[in-house]
Design a protein around this ligand. Structure first.
Ligand code: NDP
Ligand SMILES: CC[C@](O)(C(C)=O)C(=O)O
Ligand code: MG
Ligand code: MG
Length: 330
């Protein structure tokens, strides 16, 4: 069983005497900067001249500098810009400011694990990886709760890197939920696998397939959307609260019988074999290489697919229906 840390193990004093630069102010960056600041940590956001995030961070009451100036100022430098942009940022703005004993931190292990960023040996390196979207990291914190995080130390020059990492998790709110010890390898490979095969790639294709089958059989797109997309959250919330048994307690016995008899016909041995191939491509670096090359070519596949996916009929009908759901946040 991996080691878990809770509030009593995560002492904010180990970070609130340090200066923390949060580089990037997107999904994760805004949550880290605001949560840490509200936890009493001395935070500055690092961005680039012309960044659209700059004004947002200032409006939220945060100090903002260029990434280079923030890295020079800070003791702890948390890199929260897009994974594919981190190498250039590191080379141009971070590396020269990594004096011995500073702490370089990540929320995802991609660039360390695949050897794209190689920090000097006399610098501390750790990861705090929230297991949830940045906007949830922020909203849970505001509600007095937290999103569970993974923690790991890659280099420990000063001997206190785990204490600083756990203190960071306390400031972020992660220790309210629990912090699980991992490695850069495990976090990177399981995170990529989870988002590709299950959480993002798996779920979106499952929803689209269900929606398309119902619509091609002549059912209303609106009914298809409710059945295959809208109800997903309600079902997943019950699983989150109390596991599969909790969800199955709440659904009808008819649904539960269908769950047991049909689910295995949808996720077959062929699907599992494909998942095994996907995992292998993550482990052997093929996925990382393809993603790095896709970016070097200015993302032709990514951009075209993003456009095509936005035009999918399920997205069109979903947008129309969500406007009618007064209880949804705008
Ligand atoms: N999204 C999530 O919930 C999760 C993300 N992670 C990890 O967190 C990290 C950040 O991802 P995410 O929050 O999604 O990123 P986003 O795409 O949401 O935000 C990126 C931010 O970085 C800024 N930025 C881009 N280039 C530079 C640069 N050269 N110098 C300074 N700032 C720059 C952007 O500014 P502008 O918009 O103005 O260009 C923006 O504020 C990644 O490592 C990711 O894997 C981990 C767990 C979950
Ligand atoms: C599931 C996607 C994720 O891994 C996340 C929110 O945890 C990401 O990279 O955004
Ligand atoms: Mg993730
Ligand atoms: Mg991820």
């Amino acid at each position: 069983m991996a080691k878990m840390y809770y509030e009593e193990d995560c002492k904010i004093e180990n970070i609130n005497t340090k200066k923390v630069a949060i580089i990037g102010y997107g999904s994760q960056g805004h949550a880290h900067a605001l949560n840490l600041k509200e936890s009493g940590v001395n935070v500055t956001v690092g961005l680039y001249e012309g960044s659209k995030s700059w004004a947002k961070a200032e409006e939220a009451g945060l100090e903002v500098k260029t990434a280079k100036d923030a890295a020079a100022w800070a003791d702890v430098i948390m890199i929260l810009i897009n994974d594919e942009k981190q190498v250039k940022l590191y080379q141009e703005s971070i590396k020269e400011n990594l004096t011995p004993g500073k702490y370089l931190a990540f929320a995802h292990g991609f660039n360390i694990h695949y050897g794209q960023i190689v920090p000097p040996k006399d610098v501390n390196v750790f990861m705090i990886a929230p297991k949830g979207p940045g906007h949830t990291v922020r909203s849970q914190f505001e509600e007095g709760k937290g999103v569970p995080c993974l923690v790991t130390v890659y280099q420990d020059e000063t001997g206190d890197t785990m204490d600083v990492a756990l203190a960071y998790a306390a400031g972020l709110g992660g220790s309210r939920a629990g912090v699980l010890e991992t490695t850069f390898k495990e976090e990177t490979e399981t995170d990529l696998f989870g988002e590709q095969a299950v959480l993002c790639g798996g779920v979106t294709e499952l929803m689209k397939a269900g929606f398309e089958v119902l619509v091609e059989a002549g059912y209303d797109p609106e009914s298809a959307y409710f059945e295959c997309v809208h109800e997903m959250k309600l079902i997943v919330d019950m699983i989150n609260d109390g596991g599969l048994s909790n969800m199955r307690y709440s659904i009808s016995d008819t649904a539960e019988y269908g769950d047991y008899t049909v689910g295995k016909r949808i996720i077959t041995e062929e699907t599992r074999n494909e998942m095994r191939k996907v995992l292998k491509e993550i482990q052997d670096g093929s996925f990382a290489r393809n993603w790095i090359l896709e970016n070097q070519a200015n993302r032709p596949y990514f951009n075209a697919t993003r456009r095509i996916e936005r035009e999918h009929p399920m997205e069109i009908v979903g947008a129309k229906l969500r406007k009618m759901m007064s209880w949804l946040k705008k």
